[in-house]
Ligand binder design. Structure first.
Ligand SMILES: [Zn+2]
Length: 137
């Protein structure tokens, strides 16, 4: 039995994937949300997933989300739709949209995408190390 070490060896053998890539992370999140939606009678799931500022994570792409939506619906005889309104916006455009909708302060103060987990350093764009790919974007 090689799990989980075989999973990590597999990822490390793919030089195009960033070291911070977590295998199947988004598939797990979508699968759990889809299962919960079935039990609650929810037909629409909204996610903030985004491929525009693609940082090398293949599970953030629109074609992956669409394929997973199809697979999960086929596997459960359901018709739950995944919505991803930020998919084609840059992070800058997402901030602009947040300002337009009057929630920029919420995004700056309550969201956190720093890969290094720095929640002590505060910038005008929010918390983060300021050096990792997510903070730079
Ligand atoms: Zn960072």
């Amino acid at each position: 039995m090689c799990f989980p070490s075989c999973v990590f060896l597999h990822v490390f053998s793919k030089p195009n994937l960033p070291a911070s890539f977590v295998p199947n992370r988004n598939a797990i999140f979508f699968t759990l949300a889809h299962a919960f939606a079935q039990k609650q009678g929810i037909n629409n799931l909204v996610t903030g997933i985004n491929q525009t500022d693609y940082s090398g994570y293949p599970d953030c792409r629109e074609n992956f989300v669409n394929a997973l939506e199809l697979a999960l619906n086929l596997g459960s005889e359901s018709d739950i739709r995944f919505h991803y309104p930020l998919m084609h916006l840059t992070k800058g455009e997402t901030f602009d949209l947040s300002a337009k909708e009057g929630i920029l302060d919420l995004v700056i103060n309550e969201s956190h995408t720093c890969y290094n987990g720095d929640h002590k350093s505060f910038h005008d764009w929010g918390f983060g190390c300021g050096k990792c790919p997510a903070c730079i974007l």
